[in-house]
Design a protein around this ligand. Structure first.
Ligand code: AGP
Length: 622
């Protein structure tokens, strides 16, 4: 979603355009910058350049106009449209009438309509459909009343309701003003060869290669930065230092030998799972997670709800199954955007688990607020350690997938599922009376790491070519296979824009069989022995209506009374060993070929798998 960058320094190659490129992965539909370093302009004026579409359009516009991207001072924005069309007018930065203020903004100013009508009465005209323009006009209004720039910023912030992270230029000053409420904003300093630089960004990836230490700005803060540092103020106008100095691993990872991030990230899965397992073995202990253990033994809650969006919701579905089976805990998964408004009965005896890659998903954050309001205990299972979700939850269980750039989530899903399994094992152990408690058993995680197999990708390429042939796609399965099918279908939709309807196998005959004909492929997810026969019977029902059946099963599954010729294709996945009765994390192995098929489909169709149309990596609006 929208990204903000600000830069004050002296390194032309690290200018604001360079920083916006690092934010591209978040998804956007227009971009713009404001600079005032005086190189090509009169130095006093803020020079704005904006374009709809990709950054290359903005770059071309700058080149054509002979403008620089602000080697020394600039702010920039990648916009994912919420208020108004994704065109040049609505692109950020937005400016005051006198051109002295330029604002880039993430979040939503909820009272913008009311502010606009107030300002219109005072003679201000609005050129865009955005909520952000009201902030630029308010800054001008308070300046015109005699307020110094910082005071004008404070007065403006006092008027804004909703969420905002803003970076602001004021003509004639070599400073970036900023303000933050509910949307993430970070600030970092760096010094190289005796030269100082200051960075502002909505995403740490934007400066992590240059500055390893940074500050996560708290809500309600505003201030100003120059190349020597920054001043921070709170709502009362008092000056303060943000206490929490954080350090980032270099996350602007090289793509190395892979043509796309999505493929690289699929192959990152195994090292990430290993890192996560090692981490859990030493850190996921009763001492570190008192929230999850009753003081006198037992767990201190009687049921769990698991909440997430998209892929994280699919992980929640698997997690709810694991918590039920492994920990014998009454558990259910919910889509975050529904949970908030149609909340199940939860109270202080409920553990509410929020799953998210980014930790900034607005629907998930809102759902957590609702759970807190109802006194549930909250646990964040999140890939981004310093995110809002991780910070606001009662306890935080890190997902160790590492930075994920491709919009379609791959390794994060697998690591979320592994983390939820670890949670299930933890809760199984915690349920025992104090004297009988022993450390959780994470051996299934080790068996997963030892057995996970990728294959060479050739079969996945063939299936991708098949799917490009124009037939209707139906995915069916039961239990964990159904959940894998849901995630497989989401991946395919995101990367190739093909539709794959997903149904419980047993539901086939209750309606959607009417859609099945010889122009269909029915993919039968059947890796679970317990339901194999029943699911194969459902496959027969579809085959009898002329559909080509693609069977997805394990390399150890025997197909009794069912000749292989019945299937148009069989795709076999490695059956994990090392755990009696089957590894409960087989779902992590099972999704790998489908992530690969989704990737190959995108390549086959000539699309960019890393940046699906209309989608954003981190969805920060409800
Ligand atoms: C996954 O491929 C999607 N891009 C999307 O569904 C994503 O999982 C969802 O938006 C939730 O994001 P989060 O994990 O950052 O909360």
């Amino acid at each position: 979603m929208c990204g903000i960058a600000g830069y004050i320094g002296d390194s032309p190659e690290q200018n604001i355009l360079y920083r916006l490129r690092l934010l591209e992965y978040r998804g956007y539909d227009s971009a713009g910058i404001a600079v005032s370093d005086g190189e090509k302009s009169d130095g006093e004026k803020i020079v704005i350049t904006k374009r709809a579409g990709e950054l290359k359009n903005l770059e071309a516009a700058l080149k054509q106009a002979g403008k620089t991207a602000g080697a020394k001072l600039g702010i920039g924005h990648t916009r994912w449209a919420t208020h108004g069309k994704p065109d040049e007018i609505n692109a950020h930065p937005h400016v005051s009438r006198d051109g002295k203020w330029a604002v880039v903004h993430n979040g939503i100013i909820e009272n913008h309509a009311e502010l606009k009508s107030e300002l219109k009465k005072l003679g201000y005209e609005f050129y865009s459909a955005t909520d952000t323009e009201t902030a630029a006009k308010l800054l001008e209004y308070y300046s015109a009343q005699g307020a110094a720039p910082l005071q004008a910023l404070r007065q403006t912030c006092e008027r804004l309701e909703g969420s905002f992270a803003m970076a602001i230029l004021h003509a004639g000053e070599k400073k970036i003003y900023f303000a933050k409420n509910k949307s993430p904003l970070y600030l970092a300093y760096a010094e190289n060869d005796g030269k100082k630089r200051t960075y502002l960004a909505s995403d740490v990836i934007c400066f992590s290669a240059q500055a390893r230490e940074y500050y996560a700005l708290p809500d309600g803060v505003y201030g100003m930065a120059d190349e020597n540092g920054a001043e921070f103020y709170d709502k009362t106008g008092r000056i303060f230092l943000p206490a929490e100095k954080l350090s980032a691993a270099y996350t602007g990872e090289e793509i190395n030998r892979y043509p796309h991030y999505m493929l690289k990230e699929i192959y990152d899965t195994l090292p990430a799972l290993r890192a996560e397992t090692t981490y859990f073995e030493s850190n996921f202990t009763f001492e570190n997670y008192p929230l999850l253990c009753g003081a006198n033994g037992g767990r201190g809650f009687t049921k769990a709800v698991l909440v997430g969006c998209g892929t994280a919701y699919h992980a929640a579905l698997s997690g709810a199954g694991m918590l039920g089976r492994v920990a014998d805990l009454d558990s259910a998964a919910y889509v975050a955007s529904e949970f908030r408004y149609y909340c199940p009965k939860i109270d202080e005896n409920t553990l509410a688990v929020f799953i998210s890659q980014s930790g900034e998903t607005a629907d998930t954050l809102a759902a957590m607020q609702e759970a807190k309001r109802r006194s549930a205990k909250t646990l964040a299972v999140v890939n981004a350690e310093h995110s809002t979700l991780a910070k606001n939850a009662d306890a935080f269980l890190p997902v160790k997938a590492g930075t994920e750039i491709a919009v379609a989530s791959t390794k994060a899903y697998s690591c979320q599922a592994a983390a939820l399994y670890a949670l299930a094992e933890f809760l199984r152990a915690a349920a025992l009376p104090l004297q009988k408690r022993c450390a959780p058993d994470f051996s299934a995680l080790n068996a997963l790491c030892a057995g996970l197999s990728y294959g060479d990708g050739n079969e996945e390429k063939e299936i991708a070519r098949l799917f490009c042939g124009g037939k209707k796609l139906f995915f069916i399965g039961r239990g964990d296979d159904y959940r894998t099918a849901l995630e497989a279908s989401l991946k395919i939709k995101e990367t190739s824009y093909l539709n794959a309807d997903v149904y419980y196998a047993g539901e086939l005959k209750h309606g959607f069989l009417a859609l099945v004909d010889e122009n269909s492929y029915v993919v039968v997810f059947a890796t679970e022995e317990a339901t194999l026969q029943k699911t194969l019977s459902n496959a027969e029902e579809a085959r009898a209506r002329g559909a080509g059946i693609i069977l997805f099963t394990t390399n150890e599954t025997a197909l009794p009374d069912c000749p292989e010729e019945k299937f148009f294709r069989i795709l076999r996945v490695n059956k994990l060993g090392g755990v009696a009765g089957g590894n409960p994390l087989q779902c992590v192995q099972n999704i790998l070929p489908w992530q690969r098929i989704a990737y190959e489909l995108s390549v086959e169709k000539g699309l960019n798998p890393d940046k699906p149309r209309n989608l954003a990596k981190s969805v920060t609006v409800e």
